[in-house]
Design a protein around this ligand. Structure first.
Ligand SMILES: [Ca+2]
Ligand SMILES: [Ca+2]
Ligand SMILES: [Ca+2]
Ligand SMILES: [Ca+2]
Length: 462
């Protein structure tokens, strides 16, 4: 009796220690930094190298709304991957856009939760006072100015306006995630000059739960058509809203719960007819792929798909004037550029990036042509190889792909928010194995103490 318990204890100890030990040994630096509380000081900007910044070519600006320090950030990478500017001025930072005609100036959307009293809320209120701002920032001088402030009372403590689109110097189009609407505001008078509410066309039985119904996270103004393209993530579709005629139902791309077309997507960019469209390049987030749809014969046809074995919850893709596509892949902690053959030709690492802009190339996909016009090649894991030497090749990649396909995407992406960015799929599985083994060991010990009887009904003798 005693010896079988010893053997089992050794086996349990092995199953508890070896998997987490393996995780620790392969990520020693990251684990120690996390234990050490490697949080940066509130100094802002965190990095500012103006000479390097002005000398750099191909500056890429990347935001994170919730990085490993549980903060928002905006980072400028030089072409060689050096960080030449970084700010963490707000708790959350989402969209960034270049300012037309300015070499180093961007606008970005940030937010911070304010004291309840600022929104006339009692101290025990379950609601939160969130200040959303649009800031114009000159990366070269480090100076910034407030363009617009939008304060809301919300149940979401850490939500925020995710995207605005500049119409002209004073008018901005806002994706109002809180009130499931899009609106145009004159930022010099603070007057809302136009709005459209999703509730005017859709019942609450569509989309997500009422507290985060549409999750409207992106807007783009198609000026020549007087149309607003809007992205209700939780409806798995892209809406086209005429500013006078309302929703153009026939142009809607995707359908609620039709996850073969789009699955809780982000950041659709419109490519007009004169650049080989009409087309839309979209981060199809829960499907772990970038897609492009072309408008043909009054319907949308998928003309391009890009995905490799590592891709996890991408949230932005910009078609650049050089014919390449700049991709932001949140849970793989990378921003990279692919060419028309589908090869990765440039890459930087960053924890949980939200979206990226390449300075000098216009807003989002403003200077890019369609995948059809560029004769883009699609790519999916296992079909093509990857020149960057990543997870797409070899037996390891096949094992990874097989294991990954067993884990539902939404579950894994949700889990990735609560674990550190350095933890990959196998780290999660090994840690889970240790945890389950520890729980089983504890139950076995409880059983061996004679304090618990497993006869029915269960009796505890304390
Ligand atoms: Ca942007
Ligand atoms: Ca924008
Ligand atoms: Ca984009
Ligand atoms: Ca972008």
């Amino acid at each position: 009796m005693g010896s079988y318990q010893t053997y089992l204890r050794v086996a349990f100890a092995f199953l508890v220690v070896v998997p987490t030990g393996g995780v620790f040994l392969t990520h020693t630096g990251s684990v120690l930094a996390a234990v050490d509380g490697d949080e940066s000081a509130a100094e802002n900007p965190v990095v500012h190298e103006p000479d390097e910044l002005r000398a750099a070519e191909n500056l890429t600006i990347v935001t994170a709304h919730y990085n490993d320090e549980k903060n928002g950030s905006l980072t400028a990478f030089a072409g060689d991957g050096d960080v030449v500017y970084e700010t963490r001025a707000y708790q959350r930072i989402f969209d960034v856009d270049p300012v037309p005609g300015e070499a180093y100036t961007v606008t970005y959307v940030g937010s911070s939760v304010r004291p309840n009293s600022k929104c006339k809320l009692g101290p025990g209120s379950s609601l939160n006072c969130v200040r959303n701002v649009v800031e114009r920032l000159n990366l070269s001088t480090g100076e910034s100015e407030r363009v617009y402030t939008y304060e809301v009372v919300t149940r979401h403590s850490h939500d925020s306006v995710h995207d605005v689109d500049r119409i002209d110097d004073s008018h901005y189009l806002v994706a109002d995630i809180f009130h499931n609407r899009v609106f145009v505001v004159n930022t010099s008078s603070n007057v809302i000059t136009w709005e459209w509410r999703a509730r005017s066309e859709f019942p609450y039985s569509t989309g997500g739960p009422i507290r985060d119904w549409t999750h409207l996270n992106d807007v783009e103004y198609l000026e020549d058509q007087n149309v607003v393209m809007a992205d209700p993530r939780n409806h798995d579709q892209v809406w086209f809203i005429h500013r006078e005629r309302g929703l153009l139902e026939n142009r809607t791309l995707g359908a609620d719960d039709d996850h073969d077309t789009l699955y809780e997507q982000h950041n659709p960019d419109y490519i007009p007819e004169e650049r080989g469209g009409p087309a839309a390049v979209i981060a199809d987030s829960e499907n772990n792929r970038i897609v492009e749809y072309q408008r043909e014969n009054e319907s949308w046809t998928r003309t391009w798909t890009w995905r490799d074995a590592k891709m996890e919850w991408p949230r932005d893709a910009d078609r650049l004037p050089n014919g390449r596509t700049l991709i932001t892949d949140t849970h793989s902690n990378r921003v990279f550029e692919v060419n028309r053959q589908g090869e990765i030709v440039w890459q930087v690492s960053m924890a949980k990036p939200y979206e990226a802009e390449r300075l000098g190339t216009g807003d989002e996909s403003a200077g890019g042509a369609s995948a059809t016009a560029l004769d883009y090649e699609s790519r999916t894991p296992g079909i093509t190889t990857d020149d960057s030497g990543d997870a797409n090749r070899g037996l390891g990649a096949q094992v990874y792909g097989a294991v990954r396909s067993l884990v539902p995407s939404k579950l894994y992406h949700g889990l990735k928010w609560v674990i550190p960015a350095w933890m990959g799929l196998f780290d999660v599985l090994l840690t889970a194995l240790s945890g389950v083994s520890l729980a089983a060991w504890a139950l076995a010990e409880l059983y061996w103490t004679d304090r618990v009887s497993v006869r029915s009904p269960v009796r505890l003798r304390l």
